[in-house]
Ligand binder design. Structure first.
Ligand code: GDP
Length: 426
């Protein structure tokens, strides 16, 4: 991906998340000097298999495993407690991060009261959130009452504000009929305990990224979740609370959009979704179960079984458009190795009329019927293949069809969990 004219690359999910971005970022990070997370928080879960073991990362950019300098951007909402738990677990497994990890002083903090609010609301609204406090932290950010990493420099001021927020949160919990309450003293103690560890990492992260680009270094901006979970472009209200799409990368990393040279969209060779909301290509239960088993489709953050179905070209075409994708990375091709026939959704119909893009409202998306084309399966193992030419002809034809339907070239094909199980398309 990186080259003389391509210094800044965004990697985004182009479906409903869990596309295997962690693995793709891990592969690309080998050639990156800097890896930046720009949105989301501890609700993300990237699983990376380095070959020496499996790592699940929630808040720390997965580039840490390749020794890249890692930055948590201003667009991320940071749960400081789980951040350090994650960091200590990495250190215990020999991952070095000294001088290689920065956190934006403008990133907002997710605190225990946010998690209580998240769980209390989920009881009523059933969006299918992870209950990690992400939505309530973004609510506070846009309500201009959030607490940011840099605020910890004035611990007394931050403590006063957190106490006021806890009192308000408790009123809301009461209103929502939720039994648990947040404790202001515990919140103050948490800030006092974590500030000395967090502040040394806190920087103007946008400047770090800007200066790296000015030096001609390779910068990778790592998205979490996927396009159809974007708060503006996703299947609202069953979405996450941030802009997951490439435009959000500039804002959330603190750079201008003109700094971005390429956008790689990660897609599974089929489709999955976790949580509630429409999924037009959801397979019938027995086949969904088969895909789930073959693909190990259980959430990295919550362990929830993912809903599974066929590749949806309407979704990916939409993701190509709203992200300005310049290339696709197709993951988990190997999961389809045993199927004799593979349906691919080429368009939708709604009330008898053909649609070739996503409707805005969830009600319509819930009612669309997927129009399928049947493609022949290859029924041969692909996980040992490292060159496109060595894939079975039917697998190559499948990938060709996906890129034609998506209107975006395939640049990478992943055929297994390990770092080396990747095909770079010449
Ligand atoms: P992310 O949030 O987009 O990084 O995705 P997750 O980490 O939640 O889910 C991707 C899962 O698929 C992880 O368990 C990966 O190890 C696994 N994975 C990634 N690429 C491949 C692949 O090409 N084949 C197979 N079989 N598994 C893969």
């Amino acid at each position: 991906m990186f080259g003389p004219k391509t210094h800044c690359v965004v990697v985004v999910g182009a479906q409903w998340g869990d596309e295997g971005k962690g693995k793709v970022v891990d592969v690309l990070a080998e050639r990156a000097d800097l890896v930046v997370r720009y949105q989301g928080g501890a609700n993300a879960g990237h699983t990376v298999d380095t070959g020496a073991g499996e790592f699940v990362l929630h808040q720390i950019p997965s580039g840490i495993l390749q020794g890249a300098v890692c930055v948590v951007g201003n667009g991320v909402v940071l749960d400081p407690e789980t951040f350090f738990t994650e960091l200590d677990a990495l250190a215990a497994r020999g991952v070095k991060y000294d001088g290689k990890l920065y956190v934006s002083d403008r990133a907002h903090l997710t605190l225990p009261f946010h998690k209580l609010l998240d769980r209390a609301r989920e009881k009523h609204e059933r969006i299918g959130t992870t209950g990690r406090g992400i939505g309530p932290t973004y609510e506070d950010k846009y309500g201009r009452r959030g607490i940011r990493v840099g605020d910890l420099k004035n611990l007394a001021g931050a403590s006063t504000r957190v106490c006021a927020r806890v009192a308000e949160a408790n009123q809301m919990l009461e209103l929502l009929g939720y039994a648990e309450r947040a404790d202001a003293t515990e919140h103050v103690a948490l800030l006092e305990r974590l500030a000395p560890r967090l502040l040394p990492l806190a920087v103007d992260a946008g400047r770090v990224v800007y200066e790296a680009l000015a030096r001609g270094e390779a910068v990778l901006l790592e998205g979490a979740q996927g396009a159809l979970l974007d708060v503006d472009h996703g299947t609202y209200p069953y979405v996450t609370s941030s802009n997951t799409t490439a435009g959000g990368a500039a804002v959330g990393a603190g750079i201008g959009p003109t700094a971005i040279d390429a956008v790689l969209g990660v897609v599974k060779a089929y489709t999955t979704r976790v949580g509630n909301g429409p999924l037009p290509t959801e397979a019938e239960p027995a086949i969904a179960e088969e895909i789930r088993r073959l693909g190990g489709e259980f959430g990295a953050t919550t362990g929830r079984p993912r809903r599974c179905g066929w590749f949806d070209a309407v979704v990916v075409r939409y993701a190509v458009r709203v992200n300005g994708l310049t290339g696709l990375a197709v993951t988990k091709l190997d999961v389809l190795d045993t199927f004799a026939q593979i349906p691919v959704c080429v368009s939708y119909t709604l009330d008898g009329e053909e649609l070739d893009t996503m409707p805005a409202d969830g009600e319509s998306i819930g009612r669309v019927r997927a129009v399928y084309e049947q493609l022949p399966g290859w029924q041969k193992p692909t996980s040992a293949v490292r060159r496109l030419a060595d894939l079975p002809a039917a697998a190559r034809a499948y990938l060709d069809r996906l890129q034609d339907l998506a209107r975006c070239p395939v640049r990478y094909v992943s055929v297994g969990t390990r770092r080396d199980q990747i095909i770079e398309v010449p």
